[in-house]
Design a protein around this ligand. Structure first.
Ligand SMILES: N[C@@H](CCC(=O)N[C@@H](CS)C(=O)NCC(=O)O)C(=O)O
Length: 236
């Protein structure tokens, strides 16, 4: 039975505006599995209120970390095969940096930064009927604001938030160096996490100091081109 993969719609010229949705799809690609994607417009309809999630027969898996574990266990895959224990540890730590910090800077730049909020609002809610088209985005933005407060990043001043993001992008750029992928000439799980956040940080329709920082890294364009050609050839 084909795996069903539920995610957000594509947009902004990237395979998916959600780095997590891209990650899950890349893992499926790396595993060489057949899957069909289905678009969910409202994440509240997802089992845990977040996308992506995967349905394999009777089994539903939410969260990309659990999708990874499921694929590794069920299909006996090691996404980091060939890496040393030290490289695996570095990859693990960088993944946490991306998902627990840099991701939230992206969220801030889209949902709170007034330069981008009108674009984001239009993208996610522009097709709603007139009255709720005003109400729903306000509520959604309030929720994101509360999430950023709870996470902690939203308590900082914008220049500091963007400086945190720029430091994470610099770490990724320095780690990549002139390699093809994050750990050399073969992709690993870190590429399934780093490439989505990098390509999303490079969206020119969403200008911010995060975009400036991403554009300043000379090795990102080639990396993005390589990863896109490998995992999203239709998009390349
Ligand atoms: N830890 C989750 C994070 C997933 C996540 O944050 N998804 C975002 C999109 S990038 C989402 O669905 N947000 C909707 C919401 O929070 O209401 C994973 O790895 O899958």
């Amino acid at each position: 039975m084909t795996i069903r993969y539920f995610q957000f719609q594509s947009g902004f010229g990237v395979p998916n505006p959600s780095p997590f949705c891209m990650k899950g799809e890349i893992l499926l690609n790396m595993a060489g599995l057949d899957y069909q994607t289905e678009i969910i417009e409202d994440p509240r309809k997802a089992p845990r209120g977040k996308l992506p999630y995967l349905v394999d027969g009777e089994t539903t898996i939410t969260d990309t970390a659990l999708i990874r574990r499921y694929l590794e266990e069920k299909h006996d895959i090691d996404f980091d095969g060939g890496l040393t224990p030290q490289q695996r540890a570095t990859g693990h730590a960088m993944a946490r940096m991306i998902e627990e910090r840099l991701y939230w800077v992206t969220v801030y730049s889209r949902w709170i930064d007034s330069r981008n909020w009108p674009t984001i609002k239009d993208f996610w809610f522009g097709t709603l009927p007139p009255v709720i088209r005003t109400l729903i985005p306000m509520l959604a933005q309030k929720q994101v604001k509360a999430g950023l407060q709870a996470q902690g990043l939203g308590r900082h001043d914008p220049p500091d938030i963007y400086a945190f993001g720029a430091a994470d992008l610099a770490a990724l750029s320095n780690h990549l160096g002139d390699h093809e992928f994050m750990f050399g000439d073969k992709p690993s799980s870190l590429d399934a996490i780093a490439y989505p956040i990098i390509v999303n940080s490079l969206i020119t329709a969403l200008p911010s100091p995060l975009l400036d920082a991403a554009q300043s890294k000379g090795n990102f364009a080639g990396y993005v081109e390589r990863c896109t050609a490998l995992w999203f050839p239709d998009h390349a």
